[in-house]
Design a protein around this ligand. Structure first.
Ligand code: DP6
Length: 410
């Protein structure tokens, strides 16, 4: 008896033009287009195994070993149903010799290699890995099915997930069709196009539970007048600018527009009734440090050195280039010292120098006004994750399965 199973991993993406607002909450159709950078799966990823088997009694899913109920009409159920439908329509109904495995129930096990407690969004990589593993299970791969077609399904799991079907730099075109058929992700440029781009994630402590993206953005759609201006006049122009900046590897424009759009998104959150605050004092102190760094450089006619961006939480993601990454880590730890041994020099920036204590590397550039931010206590930024731009979902070897021969998680 054949084993129908596939395992995939998928990346996290961090938007530089933010998605915020839905025009259709069921199909997850956005009020504006967005654009993101896919981060390397070497550091952050979701891995998912899907298996179809005639002995299974219902579709079941385990997330990090714990079963998640697949409720009828839920986002999860929609994604599974839609991939099965694609299998049926594109393969089983076209070629009678193909096994009708879309009729079997599936068992799905998924695992995130980053702690949910880190406050990093896992829904994008999670739904992308789910859709990708089901697509491999059902042989829905190029040239028959493109990542853009799969993005239509991942989008219905979580909007931002559609952008994790590609690596590199990815646009989610909002589309105009009421059925959502043109609201999909497209590749702007692969990761190899701009290989010296780095990302530094500053994990900011956050004890209180914030407003979820899903409910927050709906409140913004219902109450914010500023959102209307953003949708109509701000984002369309920025999408064009950002695509061009990426094509031309123009970091100055990339940085300027990334920061402007993060600010605009947090402004519409504040313009919501009641107002939503995602950034905290530590987030704002990181902004002040990056702004001061750029000020010096701009005054010297050298352009931007870094760009910050914030999603629906207090964590900062800083984009920068090869030439500046070391200085930026040294600058950040000057104001936000790390717990000893906490920093992992993932990409070997410090080499032998590090010897476990990143704080010993603290350094601010010449002319930097230290008064722009307080030196925070250890743990205000509880972790720094250094990564780069990465590729799209990967099909993994069967040795990486998350399901035991019994059909339950390992
Ligand atoms: C601020 O994709 O998590 O990260 O579609 O309701 O699941 P749902 O929302 P989600 O929202 C992400 C919002 C954001 C901006 C972005 O990623 O573009």
């Amino acid at each position: 008896m054949a084993l129908y199973e596939a395992t995939s991993s998928a990346p996290v993406n961090i938007a530089v033009i933010k998605y915020w607002g839905k025009r259709d909450t069921k199909l997850i159709l956005p009020t504006n287009s967005s654009l993101s950078v896919t981060l390397s799966q070497d550091h952050l990823r979701s891995t998912t195994t899907s298996r179809a088997d005639p002995s299974f009694e219902r579709d079941r899913l385990w997330l990090n070993g714990k079963e998640d109920e697949i409720k009828p009409g839920s986002r999860l159920e929609t994604c599974i149903r839609e991939v099965k439908k694609l299998r049926r329509e594109l393969i089983e109904e076209k070629d009678a010799s193909q096994p009708k495995i879309s009729q079997y129930y599936v068992h799905i096990a998924s695992y995130n290699n980053f702690p949910t407690a880190a406050g990093l969004a896992s829904s994008a990589s999670g739904f992308a890995a789910l859709v990708s593993s089901l697509a491999h299970l059902y042989n829905l791969t190029p040239p028959l099915v493109s990542p853009s077609v799969l993005s239509l399904i991942a989008r219905q799991g979580s909007g931002s997930a559609c952008r994790s079907l590609y690596g590199g730099f990815v646009a989610w075109n909002k589309g105009s069709s009421p059925d959502g058929s043109d609201s999909l992700a497209v590749e702007v440029a692969p990761a190899s196009h701009w290989p010296n781009m780095h990302a530094l994630i500053c994990v900011v402590s956050d004890d209180k539970k914030g407003t979820s993206s899903t409910s927050g953005m709906q409140r913004t759609v219902e109450t914010s007048t500023l959102l209307q201006h953003r949708i109509k006049h701000v984002v369309p122009e920025r999408m064009a600018l950002m695509e061009k900046a990426i094509q031309e590897r123009d970091f100055d424009t990339f940085a300027r527009v990334t920061m402007a759009d993060s600010n605009s998104f947090h402004a519409v959150a504040l313009d919501t009734e009641p107002p939503i605050f995602y950034m905290n004092d530590v987030s704002r102190a990181i902004i002040a440090v990056i702004v001061e760094l750029n000020r010096i450089s701009l005054e010297q006619g050298k352009g931007y050195r870094a760009a910050y961006t914030y999603d629906a939480g207090p964590n900062a993601v800083i984009y920068t280039l090869d030439k500046d990454i070391k200085d930026i880590i040294q600058l950040i730890v000057s104001f936000f010292p790390q717990k000893e041994g906490e920093f992992k020099d993932n990409l070997g920036v410090f080499g032998e120098q590090l010897a476990g204590n990143i704080n010993a590397q603290a350094k601010v550039p010449e002319g930097f006004n230290r008064n722009v931010a307080l030196v925070h206590e250890v743990g205000a930024v509880k972790g720094l994750i250094h990564t780069k731009v990465g590729d799209g979902p990967r099909k993994l070897d069967s040795s990486e399965t998350l399901l035991a021969s019994t059909g339950f998680p390992i």
